[in-house]
Design a protein around this ligand. Structure first.
Ligand SMILES: CC(C)(COP(=O)(O)OP(=O)(O)OC[C@H]1O[C@@H](n2cnc3c(N)ncnc32)[C@H](O)[C@@H]1OP(=O)(O)O)[C@@H](O)C(=O)NCCC(=O)NCCS
Length: 169
């Protein structure tokens, strides 16, 4: 399903991630910590395929260059997405040559729209306190600081600030 078009020369779009999109997105994550990222991306793709979330891909012509996921229920982070009132936005990423064109914002807005359409009250995201660019983006989309927290996935964890968007505000 197509969700949004972004005016990078009129051709970028956001859609539900396909197998081809996934292969391209994994390609950017090769090497170093990318081993964990590849495992995570495959896990998130399968989770979305089971209907337990949404995996969005941003494409330009023949290239998937951006992504994020929505988890309706977060197993590692139940305080972020409880499966009833709140969803978690995770792994927002735009490949660096494509940054600054509004794609990150379009991905976040698509997540807000999908969570709202599902009747949820809150959309939450964990952000590293040093990530001023992402914090600016979430703040400008109505997220507020919900205090310190942890992000956990399998044996990986990271200290973050939790940001929260009240979808009824
Ligand atoms: C954060 C990220 C997804 C933003 O994607 P993007 O496509 O460049 O974002 P947009 O073009 O939609 O810009 C949205 C807002 O982000 C902020 N932003 C974008 N580029 C910025 C820059 N170079 N410096 C400071 N803020 C910036 C601004 O608030 C901007 O809004 P504005 O254009 O109205 O000023 C991208 O920088 C990225 O992938 N970063 C690495 C991964 C990451 O940090 N993900 C967040 C995890 S929580």
């Amino acid at each position: 399903m197509e969700h949004a078009r972004i005016p990078i020369q009129g051709e970028a779009l956001i859609r539900d991630c396909t197998e081809d999109d996934l292969a391209e997105l994994i390609w950017y994550s090769r090497g170093g910590a990318g081993v964990v990222k590849e495992r995570y991306l495959r896990w998130a793709f399968e989770k979305a395929a089971r209907g337990e979330g949404v995996f969005l891909a941003a494409r330009f012509r023949d290239l998937a260059f951006g992504r994020c996921q929505l988890h309706w229920r977060s197993t590692g982070n139940p305080h972020l997405a409880d499966g009833a009132t709140s969803a978690e936005l995770d792994d927002l990423f735009v490949h660096s040559p494509f940054r600054g064109f509004g794609v990150g914002r379009a991905l976040v807005r698509t997540c807000i729209g999908l969570s709202d359409a599902r009747g949820l009250r809150y959309l939450r995201v964990g952000v590293q306190a040093s990530n001023a660019r992402a914090i600016d983006l979430y703040t400008s989309e109505g997220f507020v600081d919900g205090g310190p927290g942890m992000l956990r996935w399998q044996d990986w964890s990271m200290a973050v600030r939790i940001m929260e968007r009240d979808l009824r505000a």
